[in-house]
Write a protein that binds this ligand. Structure first.
Ligand code: ZN
Length: 203
């Protein structure tokens, strides 16, 4: 039986850390705006600008690596903690479509719902988002890291896009994060099976 915590309790729990306290990290939570594939703010009035403190430390390591490698550059967090109730709303939008493969079914749960995953990009020293070849949450094969060689060869993405994705993956890898094959922006903090077994699910 997985431990659980209501999303409303996260702000007062020392196991969780506010994203705005992490140096070298900008925050633009797209699910807290209408700028997402559901087309509406899914978070308000919940404040979802948090990660588990283990993930927050890992993100701080990644931000430090990036700042050394590319002075002035920052990570841009697009999504972090995503309560189970919001995961269920997203599932309701995508279930039954071919896009449902992009979302963890509610019964299994997303690593975001443990505060142990982030969706993230990179901003340059001028604060501009690097071009990764697709926007965040572009749910098609151009977003798949697994297909980058083929996408590059066919001209669907450019060398610059691939180089920008490599920079993001190197920064996240330096902090201990693991990417996935289908979304350039998504990273899990450590092993997913271990996260599900060890951390509390945020409801
Ligand atoms: Zn994600």
């Amino acid at each position: 039986m997985t431990a659980t915590i209501p999303a409303e309790s996260v702000a007062g729990n020392a196991d969780y850390r506010r994203l705005s306290t992490i140096q070298g990290v900008r925050v633009d939570l797209r699910y807290a705006t209408p700028d997402n594939f559901a087309g509406r703010d899914l978070y308000s009035p919940l404040d979802c600008g948090f990660l588990h403190r283990d993930a927050a430390e890992a993100l701080a390591r990644s931000a430090r690596w990036l700042a050394l490698e590319r002075p002035g550059s920052t990570l841009l967090v697009l999504d972090a903690m995503r309560p189970q109730r919001v995961q269920e709303q997203l599932w309701a939008v995508l279930a039954g479509t071919e896009l449902e493969r992009y979302l963890a079914p509610p019964a299994r749960g997303s690593i975001h719902s443990f505060g142990m995953a982030v969706d993230v990009s990179v901003c340059d020293a001028a604060g501009r988002e690097l071009d990764m070849g697709t926007p965040f949450d572009c749910l098609d094969e151009r977003s798949h890291p697994a297909f980058e060689e083929r996408l590059l060869a066919s001209g669907a993405i450019t060398r610059e896009h691939v180089a920008n994705r490599h920079l993001l993956r190197a920064a996240m890898g330096a902090g201990g994060w693991q990417g996935i094959s289908t979304e350039w922006w998504h990273f899990d903090c450590g092993d997913r099976v271990a996260v599900r077994a060890t951390y509390a699910r945020i409801l």
